[in-house]
Design a protein around this ligand. Sequence first.
Ligand code: PMP
Length: 312
Amino acid sequence: MTSRVNTADYIWMGGEIIPWGQATVHVNLLGHSTVSAVYEGIKAYWNADKQQLFAFRLDEHVRRFMDSVKMVRLNCKYTPEDLRAAMLSLVRANKFREDCYVSPLIYETGIIRSYAHPNLSRPTEVVIDTWSFASQMTTERAINCCISSWTRISDNSSPNRIKCVSNYHNGRLASLEALINGYDLPIILNDRGKVSEGPGACIFIVRGGKAITPSVTSDILESITRESILQICREVLQIPTEERDVDRTELYVADEMFFCGTWWEVTPVASVDRLPVGNGSMGPITRAIGRAYHDIVRGIDTRYEDWRTPVW
Ligand code: PMP
């Protein structure tokens, strides 16, 4: 059976917008060139009433991309302004008038025979891909999770703070284990035994009316959605927040729980290790946060204007 692959007409590579199928590299780049590669994942949301598409927190994503590039010691020939403009022009070239995902990736080029090079002297290239991505927000889907038997990589081994492709093997192993055992998504504990995050999303629990999330020193990616939700809780919904260590067993007694991230948006958790979270469906605080986030990313709620970059 063949599945329909969701690709756009155009991709950005080496400073140009070219047909998607023409963006090829030499086979020698398979392997070591991806050890240091870093990327970003950005979402643009369509507002049907205004006939406008808004890229959500584009500048913060570009900033994190450049921070990642710096930390893996790659040399990027494009400025943040170049990348920002490239992403907007690519989405426009694809004529997207629907929700879509935008993903820049930087990787080493040349002849690659080793992963350890004085990277700043090594050539790199950037490719930016985009594809349509239907939002799951407001569907009330809830997922079943487990605590992974894998431990989160730590800041002093392979820092989660950055979006380095290599980091994702840890999340991949945890995801495969969860899926094989009949769960939707794993929750990964760090090497101190505290909750870190999911393979591609951060975690919030709700206890006693407070929204609680592991702190940025819990071996998590510094998620832009997490940061936005903390601000929305405090400023829009008047929900108190806490950023601190979260124990595994707090998940079992939480009133509500959800994952958040560009890809996962606000996704409620129905159960952890087969123990129901609350009554096993989306709770009222999660629903309120999801609704507020949805309205802000689409520009239905016009507050936080600087979070939305109009594509058109
Ligand atoms: N953690 C990991 C490991 C991720 O890959 C992502 C997705 N980028 C997140 C958290 C959520 O981050 P953001 O809200 O910036 O998308």
